[in-house]
Design a protein around this ligand. Structure first.
Ligand code: TXA
Ligand code: MG
Length: 317
């Protein structure tokens, strides 16, 4: 799918201060050399991302974490051994080597090692940590395949095509704090799993990033069309121009089109298919999207979080 030559060319682009989109197991990332503030500013420009939203730094081997953190501690080691490479981002006190632009001026940096061979080879070949947000315009749908990246970032020259991502929703972001841990964003790694490896740490209440534009982060991952969640929003009577996203396989009558995210409410399956379906519905003739909810356990928590953020704008702003 991706040749060694393509990896080397993309790695050279990173080393030159340029941008490269690459697959991870969650969503595609838009990467730059995390230690080069100018390169990182290119990410914010291309994404039209506000400077208050920090980036995740991606590494390909555990040793690389030492240069990025103020202090490496036992809890980080435990989590890294348990979940890396994988969909877990640890937010920890940063070293001086990490430019402020990466962390949006915060004293802590998010770090993860992705479980994707192309991503790991790219980071290895670049020989620098790679800062990468999801490879979409700010606030829009996350990309789970290369064509999604092309659609939103048409000017980007380097896109490594690794096919469909295997998890489909962004990593769990966990903040490791002196007196406990806190989930900042839900993903495939659940609070229950984290608790097993942090038995001495109490879990603090989930918190979304404090930002200067109130309400903004509640609206995220948004398609251009209104999204309704069954049971949470009143559904317009006339659905003859609407799309239905089913998680259980059954589509009610009177919808123009539908997407089967899962035939039996399997949350992992829904996660894998969610953004792809929303991208297709965005491009379709349907006027709005109605989604069937799933139960909020395991990765179902992340799925419902993304759906609510996709729906937020239409119902609140
Ligand atoms: O799965 C993922 O995490 C993907 C792939 C590409 O790795 N990346 C991703 O990045 O979703 P992005 O930028 O779209 O979302 C990262 C989020 C930020 O919006 C913020 O909420 C949180 O992670 N975050 C990152 N660094 C942080 C920090 N220092 N403090 C608090 N939150 C942070
Ligand atoms: Mg994103």
């Amino acid at each position: 799918m991706v040749s060694e030559q393509q990896i080397l060319e993309a790695a050279n682009e990173i080393r030159r201060g340029g941008l490269v989109a690459f697959p991870t197991e969650t969503v595609y990332g838009l990467g730059a050399n995390a230690l080069n503030a100018k390169a990182v500013s290119g990410i914010f420009a291309m994404k039209e991302r506000p400077s208050f939203d920090p980036l995740i730094v991606h590494i390909s081997r555990l040793e690389s974490i030492h240069q990025l953190v103020e202090e490496f501690d036992e809890r980080m080691l435990r989590l890294a051994e348990a979940f890396w490479p994988g969909p877990l981002t640890m937010v920890v006190p940063k070293s001086n080597l990490v430019p402020d632009i990466v962390t949006a001026g915060l004293s802590r940096v998010g770090i993860r090692m992705p479980a994707n061979d192309i991503a790991l080879r790219l980071i290895e070949a670049s020989a620098v940590p790679v800062a990468a947000p999801s490879a979409n315009k700010f606030g829009k749908l996350s990309p789970t395949k290369a064509s999604h990246v092309k659609k939103q970032l048409p000017d980007l020259k380097y896109i490594l095509d690794g096919g469909n991502t295997s998890i489909g929703v962004e990593s769990t972001v966990v903040s490791i704090e002196n007196d406990g841990f806190r989930i900042l964003r839900h993903g495939a790694v659940t609070a229950d799993e984290l608790r097993k490896y942090l038995p001495e740490s109490s879990e603090k209440e989930t918190q979304v990033l404090k930002i200067t534009a109130p309400g903004m982060m509640l609206s995220h991952y948004s398609p251009e069309k209104p999204v309704y969640i069954l049971g949470e929003h009143p559904i317009p009577k006339d659905t003859s121009k609407a799309a239905f996203l089913t998680a259980g396989g059954k589509v009610p009558a009177n919808y123009a089109c539908f997407e089967v995210l899962s035939s039996n409410f399997d949350a992992s399956e829904v996660a894998v298919n969610l953004f792809g379906a929303l991208h297709r519905m965005e491009e379709s003739d349907c006027e709005f999207i109605v989604a069937e909810p799933i139960s909020e356990t395991g990765i179902g928590i992340a799925v419902m979080d993304r759906l609510r953020k996709a729906a937020y704008r239409h119902h609140n702003l």
